[in-house]
Design a protein around this ligand. Sequence first.
Ligand SMILES: [Fe+2]
Ligand SMILES: [Fe+2]
Length: 412
Amino acid sequence: MDNCAAKILFIDDETAILDALQGLMVDETWDCRFAASGAEALAVLETEHFDLVVSDIGMPEINGIELAKKIRQNYPQIVRIFLSNGVDQKLAVTALAEGYTQQIVPKPWNDQELKEIIRSALRQQAQQQKHSSEFQALINSIPLLPTLPESYSNVRSCIVGDEVDIEKMADYISQDVSISSLLLHWANSALFGQRFQVDTIKKAIIVLGTDIVENLVLSEAVNRNIAGALPDLKGFDFKKFKKHSMATAVIARLLIKSIYSSDYVKHDRAFIAGLLHDIGKLAAASFFPKRFEQAIAVAIRTRCSLSDAEYQVYGTDHAEIGAFLAEWWALPPFIFNAIHRHHQPYSSPVDQDVIAAAHVANLLSYQFHYGSNGDTLPRTISDEYRGKFYLSEEAIEILRAETDKTLSALNR
Ligand SMILES: [Fe+2]
Ligand SMILES: [Fe+2]
């Protein structure tokens, strides 16, 4: 869907508000319709297709919530935004908590802000449309997708084309104590082949390279933002999740190094793929915790993979959800693919070796007991991949020792 052709339905029982909205939208290319009641809106929806509804929450007869409930049920692909004047505070809280709306805009609104919210909602809607209706309904049940963490955008802004402003990047990173110490740890670890003490952020950036730095900042920020508000979940432990991601990153880098000893881009990509591969689990755990918990329980009870259990419970899995998030954030295509295909690397259209390394690293990471988190099935690495990465029993033991060493140094 092209944003130009997007169709929006505005609903408010106050004529003055509808007039104001109409005036505001006049210079936009969106196709806008206006309805003065819930009943009128439902009648219009029956005959025309819409991408987005922007509705008042407190209306006589059919209020915003009742209307949204019907829209969610009958047209799950439509994104819903509410306008609220603060009087209907209780309704607003229910609407957000129960997933009837993705966003609430207070009245009076700020014109530019409202337009930006609409634009962002339409982008999300366009992206959703590529997926099954079950997936669309799931994504539609959560608030608007989180924006890219600011710390990551800051770091990215230091890279323009092939030019990198390392001073500025070091400045941004130095403001954050935990990410600074993480970078120094990695830069001093044997994994990145450093023999001299790295004691400044600037040196750490040079040793690690900007790709790795960028993505360590991203994963730290996502961990912090998304996991910061994570509810207690049976079968999902955030510390284990973090360890599993780190371990997978370390192992993936070692694996790809064993077949491409001097292709540094591939080394970095494998590390990044490992680091971010399960990001969809974090999203599932925070956006729909109950259903995620249920999927973990199904996986354990029926001894199926977590992915299969997720499909049973909510019609998609963490690989697809994570990929959706990566696309939403416009992360580079190899990251999107690594997240999307980490269970089936052979189906990836590009970067197959890197994604295969992340895939095997994921399995080895479980084998080395780095965080099971619902995935309790015994895992076997296919003969093809054993051959590809020279994985004799002895080689696996060496990998285990190197991974233990790298991760324990990180925890010191
Ligand atoms: Fe996974
Ligand atoms: Fe994993």
